[in-house]
Ligand binder design. Structure first.
Ligand code: IMP
Length: 183
């Protein structure tokens, strides 16, 4: 399966997740069309439709983000921009003194196959930590603690994160669907 992303962190995770279904990943550094929308599913559906015919099938595109309850879902679809501008430290500052730390990561993964696009979604609930911890993973991993754990994603191995993450859920659904189609 071709995966359209320039994000090496995402790529490593997607490779580990779909590898469990016997699916190999080839990275494609094509440019994605990114419409502005509150819905990751809409964003990724548009991006995948625009790539039909120019990227070999089957291919996948994903869009993901961190939605913080006390900030009404911010940064959400703007997570990549917010990470590049204010980073983990900036988000921790916004959350300084905020008792409600609930947040969720959401991943929307679009599959291009047979000239059509199908979208799969995954979510993981958790909370924003009070300090950045850990050095594995990427993006907001050092400040996100999944529910039921005391460690951040950045304090977990890739394998452990990929058992519970939003990306694992979305890409497991996508891989199950694709593996059944390719049989
Ligand atoms: P995009 O999907 O390329 O628009 O970027 C989503 C952004 O959300 C990334 O650049 C990260 O900052 C953040 N993000 C998405 N998924 C994760 C994750 O699994 N760990 C940490 N940060 C993430």
């Amino acid at each position: 399966m071709h995966v359209v992303t320039r994000n090496q962190g995402k790529l490593r995770e997607i490779r580990a997740i779909v590898g469990r279904y016997g699916i190999d990943v080839v990275a494609v550094a094509a440019d994605k069309v990114e419409i502005q929308s509150d819905s990751l599913e809409d964003i990724v559906r548009h991006a995948a439709r625009a790539l039909l015919g120019s990227v070999p099938e089957p291919f996948a595109v994903e869009d993901s983000g961190l939605f913080i309850e006390a900030l009404n879902g911010f940064p959400g679809p703007y997570s990549s921009y917010v990470y590049r501008t204010i980073g983990c430290a900036g988000v921790l500052k916004l959350m300084d003194g905020v008792p409600n730390r609930r947040a969720r990561f959401v991943c929307a993964a679009a599959l291009g196959l047979g000239g059509e696009v199908r979208v799969f979604r995954g979510e993981v609930e958790g909370e924003v930590s009070t300090e950045a911890r850990g050095s594995s993973g990427f993006g907001f991993d050092p400040i996100f603690i999944p529910r039921g754990y005391s460690r951040t994603f950045a304090e977990m191995s890739l394998e452990e994160k990929c058992l519970i993450s939003h990306r694992a859920k979305a890409f497991s659904l996508l891989a199950e669907y694709l593996a059944a189609k390719l049989q």
